[in-house]
Design a protein around this ligand. Structure first.
Ligand SMILES: *[C@@H]1O[C@H](CO)[C@@H](O)[C@H](O)[C@H]1NC(C)=O
Ligand SMILES: *[C@@H]1O[C@H](CO)[C@@H](O)[C@H](O)[C@H]1NC(C)=O
Ligand SMILES: *[C@@H]1O[C@H](CO)[C@@H](O)[C@H](O)[C@H]1NC(C)=O
Ligand SMILES: *[C@@H]1O[C@H](CO)[C@@H](O)[C@H](O)[C@H]1NC(C)=O
Ligand SMILES: *[C@@H]1O[C@H](CO)[C@@H](O)[C@H](O)[C@H]1NC(C)=O
Ligand SMILES: *[C@@H]1O[C@H](CO)[C@@H](O)[C@H](O)[C@H]1NC(C)=O
Length: 566
């Protein structure tokens, strides 16, 4: 143990997890309290150290949430890819288990890449993942739990029939990866799609199987687009036409539409369409990059996401990797790199033209001190401090909007760059200054500007990182998104999750999401402040504002059985 942990101080304890399963665990106190770790998060999922990227195969099994993730056991940069594994009973507190998949077979010797978990008809979970084989070709492999009675699914076995798919003709063998969760078609056979570059374009290669072991490629892909490059981490799932309930991946029907997500150009784009489970035809409303304004899950730093169906709470949950905006040498100083977003429930919006996301309700368990006020007037050009809470917090700001300003609609990111928080309009900019130093040398502005169009309100939402840190070397992108509001509501809301170096913002009750990563040097720990500001000429009324300090989530590690993972 000393060899692994060096000088670090750990306390050993038994954590009694909610349903009574006892897990021997170490609580990592160093990383949570060390002031030289100002960017370490308190309630987001991350391993104790080293590199993580894509969420893999999230699944709910026998009362336990499982998250696997791309993990380098040996360092804080990408490499030696394996599947890290953690479990939770509430999606908030986590226990790290041993690595689930290591690169150790000819068909994955150069890496165990992303994939998904599917629950078969007999209730047995199976992982399908991409292996990088001895020729550095990408192939798809299976892994089964060693003991299906073990709710922790702590050991996985790779069957001798691997690989089950090799790169087909016209598909670049180095661009064939990230199989989806399986779904059943009308003929009772399984389907999965694999992200591919087909003739140089993004494609979801479709495969079918009777037994999930032997796979036959379908003549045509489920979907492809010659406007895009290689699709990573495709996701294909049903959503209900109305209501917030999620659907299991095989559900079809009249009141169901299908979402196809693909990761490319550093973003997670999605399209909506109708899927026919007999012909496997997928007719899309508006294809990837076909409109000026392409739908994305998040308009900030957010990539390689994956969703899964939570059969316990009947919801679909979305996870994503959020990478760092600092440098590789910072990764070595921190000893880690990469986070997961707070899991988000996801459903179709009321008018059916986009998805809506909201942090899972379980997160509220971590709330402590609360600040709340109502009907506070925020005059044009003014600012108020929201004090009495600490930097790691959740805040919710709701503003009543009355008079609207007309303006042309242009590219939101360009508009956020062009019109920053100090450029006064009639209605806005207004919003929050997050992780702000007392003298406002550092702050990240999350704000709105409101425009009127013929029938509704167009709201520009910005997350401006340009003043987020005095450190010159960190990323300071300015992110922007539009949301459309029905004038009858005349209300804009913002929910922002702030956690040391990550700011996840949900505008308009989850219609537009922007995730930012910031690295303040002054606005850290107790030195961080939070303000509400209005730099428009028109005054507005904050109908209600609540902010809570957040407790640390418990993210602990089990005792090593095989390979050390922390
Ligand atoms: C805090 O972290 C720094 C850098 O990772 C390390 O050098 C230092 O020893 C740590 N302090 C404690 C008390 O663990
Ligand atoms: C991969 O692991 C080996 C040890 O097995 C290590 O020497 C190497 O530096 C690692 N690569 C990365 C990128 O971490
Ligand atoms: C399988 O898991 C169950 C439940 O955790 C446990 O009781 C049983 O001993 C395990 N079987 C083996 C062979 O490890
Ligand atoms: C791109 O795809 C569209 C629609 O499938 C097709 O009409 C067009 O010919 C394709 N263009 C190229 C260059 O392949
Ligand atoms: C806002 O933009 C103007 C014009 O580009 C620039 O001069 C000013 O420094 C910016 N202000 C902030 C707070 O970034
Ligand atoms: C609000 O506008 C004033 C005047 O232009 C400017 O000094 C201040 O920095 C602005 N606030 C923000 C958050 O940009």
């Amino acid at each position: 143990m000393m060899k692994i942990y060096g000088f670090c101080v750990f306390s050993f304890c038994y954590f009694l997890i909610s349903n009574g399963v006892q897990v021997a665990a170490f609580k990592d106190q160093r990383l949570r309290t060390n002031v030289s770790q100002p960017y370490r998060t308190a309630y987001h999922f991350q391993p104790s150290k080293n590199w993580m990227n894509d969420p893999n195969g999230p699944v709910y099994y026998k009362g336990v949430y499982h998250l696997f993730y791309q993990y380098n056991p040996y360092g804080p940069l990408w490499g030696n890819m394996s599947w890290g594994h953690a479990i939770s009973y509430d999606l908030v507190n986590w226990v790290h288990l041993d690595i689930a998949l290591l690169e150790n077979e000819p068909y994955d010797i150069n890496g165990c890449f992303s994939g998904s978990t599917t629950i078969l008809q007999n209730g047995e979970p199976v992982i399908m993942y991409t292996g990088l084989d001895t020729d550095s070709h990408q192939v798809q492999n299976l892994a089964f739990p060693k003991n299906i009675s073990d709710p922790l699914l702590s050991e996985w076995v790779k069957p001798s029939l691997n690989p089950v798919m090799s790169p087909p003709d016209r598909v670049d063998p180095t661009q064939f990866r990230d199989p989806t969760t399986g779904w059943l078609g009308a003929d009772g056979e399984w389907r999965v799609v694999v992200g591919s570059e087909l003739d140089g374009h993004g494609s979801a290669t479709l495969y079918k199987s009777k037994d999930f072991r032997t796979w036959i490629k379908s003549p045509s892909p489920l979907h492809s687009s010659n406007k895009t490059i290689m699709w990573e981490c495709p996701d294909f799932y049903p959503v209900l036409v109305s209501g917030k309930d999620g659907l299991d991946t095989s559900v079809q029907g009249k009141d169901v539409r299908h979402v196809l997500k693909a990761s490319f150009n550093d973003h997670d784009y999605y399209i909506l369409g109708n899927y026919d489970p007999t012909s496997d035809r997928y007719d899309v409303d508006v294809d990837f990059l076909d409109s000026k304004w392409s739908l994305r899950y998040d308009y900030g730093r957010f990539y390689a996401s994956k969703s899964f169906y939570d059969s316990d709470k009947k919801r679909r949950i979305l996870w994503s990797w959020v990478n760092e905006g600092d440098t590789d040498s910072d990764a070595f100083i921190k000893g880690w790199s990469g986070l997961q977003t707070i899991p988000r429930s996801i459903w179709l919006s009321e008018n059916g033209d986009q998805l809506v996301q909201w942090p899972v309700e379980e997160l509220e368990k971590l709330r402590t001190q609360k600040v709340h006020f109502e009907n506070e007037e925020l005059k044009g050009g003014s600012m108020i401090e929201i004090s009495g809470i600490t930097a790691s917090q959740i805040s919710h700001l709701a503003c009543q909007i009355s008079k609207m300003l007309s303006a042309e609609v242009v590219d939101p990111q360009a508009l956020c760059k062009q019109k920053n928080a100090s450029m006064s309009g009639k209605f806005g900019p207004f919003g929050l200054l997050v992780l702000a130093s007392k003298d406002l040398t550092e702050y990240t502005a999350v704000f709105f500007r409101v425009f009127r169009t013929a029938n509704n309100f167009r709201v520009l939402m910005c997350a401006d990182q340009s003043r987020s840190s005095v450190r010159p070397e960190v990323d300071k992108s300015i992110y922007g998104a539009f949301l459309t509001l029905d004038p009858q509501y005349a209300k804009i809301s913002l929910k922002t999750l702030i956690d040391h170096s990550i700011i996840e913002s949900f505008g308009g009750e989850g219609l537009a999401c922007i995730t930012a990563r910031v690295y303040p040097e002054l606005a850290i720990g107790e030195q961080a402040h939070l303000y509400a500001f209005n730099n428009g000429t028109q005054s507005l009324s904050i109908s209600s504002l609540s902010a809570w300090s957040m407790k640390n989530a418990q993210i602990v590690s089990t005792r090593k059985r095989r390979k050390p993972i922390i």
